[in-house]
Design a protein around this ligand. Structure first.
Ligand SMILES: [Zn+2]
Ligand SMILES: [Zn+2]
Ligand SMILES: [Zn+2]
Ligand SMILES: [Zn+2]
Length: 494
């Protein structure tokens, strides 16, 4: 029997998921299922000091009343900051100055829990119907070193230093820390930093490594909009992906266990080939054609073996995870490069270095290829109108490779698909035009060939225009729409 009903979904409960959402009617892909407002929004662990009003980076700028990071007089009186400003001012607890304003600051770890507590005080009913019911995994959290850190930096700090003991006890503060750790989601902010928020309804959606719903955050008030990514039948469970969908199985499962306290056993996790996408697959260097797969992906300690009959190669799950961590750290270095010619060349060198270690569609190589699919045509020395056909083809190949993987692990209308489709339209369009200019194809054939980029742009615009108009994706959606209109007009005038 459903606990709560809405026009599109029911809330059910079982052993495996606790509370979860089920569609109660057929939903089209892209259809809005529900919207939700955050119970609280604020910094996430690891954030450097940021403005507590708008979440912009900040350098030695403090609130004139409470002495905590605030960028401007407007942000001093932002609704999000007012209540904590009073707490800090009354207790005379100030932010301790830091040397490096770009390094992560544990001092801000207390902010979001404090905001949850203050919101609870203000709206006890909303707390009771939403957050009170959320999973906290207190026993498991107590076993981790972060429990003691939270106890000092958050529970002791708020109850003793900020003198909130008459309102909240330390046990409640730890519960709030657990609620946030397990149920909050990372969201973008208008100030630039990604932060976290807890949404009472969104948090009920169950996890799958092949999600069927997607969510969009609006910058203005951090409302979340939840949509169907694919057509969903009445009675189907709504699944969100709590982790980075392109990660390989060992990394996803480790993250889900460490931070969400469950062992994912979805169909993708259970399949050594990740449903044929090969996001975790390694290449064997002891034989010619073998690939190395986990003998049981649901057991972290299961050995990995070569698939070739006569090849004996075998390694441990721990060795694979260690190797992934080392290569991932090297790949992360590429992410901080400025987008220029070097950023392309170093990524190509990375692919070259590791092509004999990883399957061409392994997560690590695919992420690099996804970045290259974006960089080709966009940086000095590799501008789209001067790219040789070979590189146009490479850009298109990388985009198609990502789309092929998304078809399986994130089917339907996602931000990532929209962004890749936008990138894909350009090389196809330029290759067709180049062939026409060179006299290789007729005008009729050119018109025909330009239908594909028009379709890419139309799909990208439809998907991305659901995003906040100020977000990078929302901006790309508007550009995609305009480019589509221009391309159609240029076709009509041929
Ligand atoms: Zn600000
Ligand atoms: Zn203040
Ligand atoms: Zn899974
Ligand atoms: Zn082998």
């Amino acid at each position: 029997m459903a606990e709560t009903q809405s026009s599109n979904y029911d809330v059910l409960r079982n052993e495996k998921y606790g509370r979860y959402l089920v569609a109660n009617k057929d939903l089209d892909s892209g259809e809005l299922i529900f919207t939700d407002m955050p119970f609280a929004v604020g910094p996430k662990p690891g954030n450097p000091p940021l403005c507590l009003g708008c979440y912009a980076p900040i350098d030695n700028s403090l609130c004139s009343r409470c002495g905590w990071p605030i960028c401007s007089p407007e942000c001093e009186t932002a609704a999000s900051h007012l209540n904590e400003c009073e707490v800090f001012s009354a207790a005379n607890v100030r932010f301790q100055s830091v040397e490096d304003w770009t390094a992560s600051s544990p001092q801000l770890d207390c902010i979001t829990p404090l905001r949850v507590l203050l919101a609870k005080e203000k709206d006890p009913e909303k707390w009771q119907q939403g957050l009170e019911l959320m999973e906290t995994h207190t026993e498991a959290r107590q076993q981790k070193p972060s429990w003691a850190v939270d106890q000092v930096n958050i529970a002791d700090f708020l109850v003793d230093h900020c003198k909130l003991g008459n309102k909240f006890d330390k046990e409640l503060v730890q519960r709030v820390c657990g609620i946030l750790e397990i149920n909050s989601v990372e969201i973008p902010s208008r100030g630039g930093f990604s932060i976290r928020a807890v949404y009472p309804r969104l948090a009920i959606a169950a996890h799958s490594c092949v999600p069927n719903i997607v969510h969009t955050i609006l910058y203005n008030d951090y409302q979340v909009q939840v949509r169907a990514a694919v057509p969903i039948k009445s009675g189907e469970t709504l699944h969100l992906c709590y982790t980075h969908a392109l990660s390989p199985t060992p990394i996803r499962r480790e993250y889900l266990l460490e931070s969400k306290f469950f062992n994912c056993e979805c169909a993708r996790c259970a399949d050594p080939t990740e449903l044929g996408t090969h996001l975790s697959t390694l290449k064997c260097n002891k034989c010619d054609n073998g690939v190395i797969l986990s003998t049981n992906p649901l057991d972290n300690d299961a050995p990995w073996k070569c698939t070739e009959k006569n090849c004996e190669f075998k390694t441990s799950g721990a060795a694979v995870r260690k190797m992934l961590a080392v290569v991932q750290a090297e790949a992360d270095q590429l992410d901080v490069l400025e987008p220029n010619a070097q950023a392309i060349e170093q990524r190509e060198a990375f692919i070259n270095k590791y092509k004999s270690v990883f399957h061409p569609r392994h997560s690590l190589l695919l992420s690099i290829k996804q970045a290259l699919g974006q960089l080709y045509g966009r940086v000095e020395g590799y501008n789209i109108d001067e790219l040789p056909d070979l590189m146009l083809e490479r850009k298109a190949e990388f985009c198609r490779l990502v789309l092929k993987t998304l078809d399986v692990i994130m089917p339907g209308e996602s931000r990532m698909r929209g962004m890749v489709l936008y990138e894909l339209h350009a090389p196809i369009m330029f290759m067709a035009r180049n062939e026409f200019s060179a006299g290789v194809i007729t005008q009729e054939k050119l018109k025909d060939r330009l239908q594909e980029p028009i379709k890419c742009l139309a799909d990208a615009a439809r998907i991305l225009m659901r995003e906040d108009p100020q977000s990078p994706e929302g901006i790309t959606g508007q550009i995609a729409y305009q480019s589509m209109e221009q391309l159609k007009a240029s076709l009509d005038s041929l």
